[in-house]
Every structure is written in structure tokens, then in C-alpha cells.
Design a protein around this ligand. Sequence first.
Ligand code: NAD
Ligand code: TYD
Length: 351
Amino acid sequence: MTQRKLLITGGAGFIGSNFVHTILESYEDIQVIVLDKLTYAGNLRNLAKWKDEKRFHFIKADIANKEELSLALNGIDFNEIVHFAAESHVDRSITGPEEFVKTNVLGTFYMLEIGRNLHEKGKLNVFLHVSTDEVFGSLGADGAFTESTSYAPNSPYSASKAGSDHLVRSYFHTYGMPVITTNCSNNYGPFHFPEKLIPLMILNCLQGKQLPVYGKGENIRDWLYVKDHCLAIDLAIHKGKFGETYNIGTRNEKNNLEIVELICNLMDLRHPQGAPHKKLITFVTDRPGHDFRYAIDPSKIEKELGWTPKYSFEQAIEETVDWYMNNKEWWSEILSGSYQSYYEQQYKGIG
Ligand code: NAD
Ligand code: TYD
């Protein structure tokens, strides 16, 4: 068998960097090449553990810039692609959708063209595209998304991801490229950028800042531990069928208020000087077009690939809170950088 040489786009972001850790820790004989633009969400600190490792290489490039991308990959040898790179925050897609179209649609198209070039030379083993359950739109009180649920994206973020999923699908049907798409639910865990609900609430508790809950906090998300997600992607690379899509989730629905209250309870034990943290909960104006509920039916990946999660929610959320408690240097650097002005703009009027 030829040596595995894995190109990981977006590998300096939240899920991508967790995936790099999973892969380098699981396989000794593998080369990992991370390609990342290092936007506000990309952080080389996430990968610091591997900086002197011979099996690890980093390339800074923008997937939405065709010339830059092909120049950056010129002479680089790889035979598998896992594509994470994206603009990922719904709130930012509402105020600035253009970057989402550029990176998520055009950038995925350029990555597919890189893949097609390799495929035509017989050198591409797999192209795995990481997508979201948000492409399916919003659920009411019942039911869950399956792989055959119709696409109905509601935000510029989910619409741009839906566009990228369709392009990936077309490269299987048109060019016979070995593509697989995974659609997962909301992730949480280490290295999660603080703009997202769970890390935002943990860090605001630690700083005695208000906890901004959109609307009444009744919206429901289906929380997936990032380490379980990474193991599922690894399984899909090995056992997944080309041209197929797999939903990834752990049947773990919670409404936002439940999540925030749970974090407050965990923080009361770990940070008693701020207790009770629930006093910081502040209901703020709802997100425009806020999807009510997401829920994944993971039966297909369970039945066809034999996937089961390794972590319980109770264990993983505690691990996550502890990770932020133990990695103050990581988040302090982010909070004191350009994120500060985003935060002030997004949460105007709350302390
Ligand atoms: P993230 O925002 O933490 O990281 C994105 C990474 O992509 C960053 O390192 C960033 O620098 C890089 N990037 C952005 N634009 C780029 C460009 N033009 N060229 C090269 N690199 C670029 O995102 P994440 O949460 O790790 O999400 C990773 C993938 O998983 C995305 O495709 C996202 O749509 C998908 N996803 C995420 C979640 C979630 O809960 N976080 C859920 C479902 C699907
Ligand atoms: P988020 O982490 O942004 O993920 P997504 O929008 O992709 O689901 O938000 C998760 C949920 O938390 C979503 O229903 C919006 C809500 N939310 C808040 O209530 N307050 C906040 O400050 C943020 C960032 C999100």
C-alpha cells in the first residue's frame, strides 16, 4: 500500500485541529499537510504540539484564491483530502455573507478541482467533505434529519455549505471522483473559538460577564463532542462508500437555556467566587431567521459503518469546561486580539 499523505484544509481551526491530533496520535506512518488561511478562526497554537514533528507540515494559503492555492500546493505530494476549511459562524454570515460565498462555495470548488486533477492521474484515494446539518433547515418539535431529508438552508452560512455539498455531489456523478460528505450537528470541545455558544458561556462566566441568550433560549441543538466527530470522520475515510453522505450526531438534544444553566452549575463548582453564575444570564434580541431545532438521525453511519460514540455528554462537557479552565493563555490571547471588537459590536449594550 502506498503511504497515506493526507491534506487537511482548515486544520488550524476548531474541528480541523482536533482531527489533526486524532490522526497523528492514531497512525504512525502517515504524513499530514495542513493548508489553512489562518483567518481570525485559525490558530497555529492549536497545532503547536506537532510543530517539530516530521510527519506534519503546514502551508498558509487561501482556498478561495485559485493562483495562491495552486502555487502553494505545487510540488506537494498527497493522496487523500479532508476538507474542513470554511467560514463557520452563522452570526458573521448574517452581517457579512460575502466571505462565506467566497470560501465555502468558490473555495470548495477550487479544492474539488485540485482533487479532480489528482483523480485524473489516478492519485486520489479519497476526498472527504465536512459539512453541517444546517443545510437541512429547521425542524419543528419532532423528527430528525436523515441523509434523504431535502435541503432547505436558511442562513447565508448554511446556504453556502449547501452549495458546496451540491458541488461535491456533482464531482462524483460527473467525474467519478472518490468523494464522501459528512453532515454533523453542533460540535463542542477543546480549541472551540469563543464566538460560539459553549465556549462563550464558559469564558463569560470566568470573567463575570453577562451570558447573552438569544430570544427565550428555547432553540434546540444536538450537541456532538468534537473527539467523537473526528473518530467518525476517520471511520468514514476508511469504510465510507464513495458518493454517499453520512449524518453524524449522538442523539443529544438540549435547548440553549439548558446548556447555559448546565455550564453555570459546572462553573459554580470550579469557580465558586463567581457563584451563582446563573445571575449572569441575560436574554437578548433573537438572531434573525434563527433556526428552531436541529436533530440528527445517525442510524446510517451506525448500521453501515458500525460507528458508536466513545464519550458521554456528561463526561465530555466537564472535560470541555476543564480544558478552558486549564488553557487561559490560549483564550486570553484571542480575547485581547481582533475578536474584542467583534464582541463589542455583536453584544452592544451588555456587560
Ligand atoms: P472554524 O471556524 O473553527 O475553523 C475554520 C478554519 O478554516 C480556520 O482555521 C480558518 O483559518 C480556515 N479557513 C477559513 N477560510 C479559509 C480559506 N479561505 N482558505 C483556507 N483556510 C480557511 O470552523 P470549525 O468549527 O472547525 O468547522 C470546520 C468545518 O466543519 C467547517 O466546514 C464547518 O462548516 C463544519 N461544521 C462545523 C460545525 C461546528 O459545530 N463547529 C458543525 C457542523 C459542520
Ligand atoms: P452557535 O454556537 O453560534 O452555533 P449555530 O448557530 O451554528 O447552531 O449557536 C448555538 C445556539 O446558541 C444557537 O441557537 C444560537 C444560540 N446562541 C445564543 O443564544 N447566544 C450566543 O451568544 C450565541 C453565540 C449563540
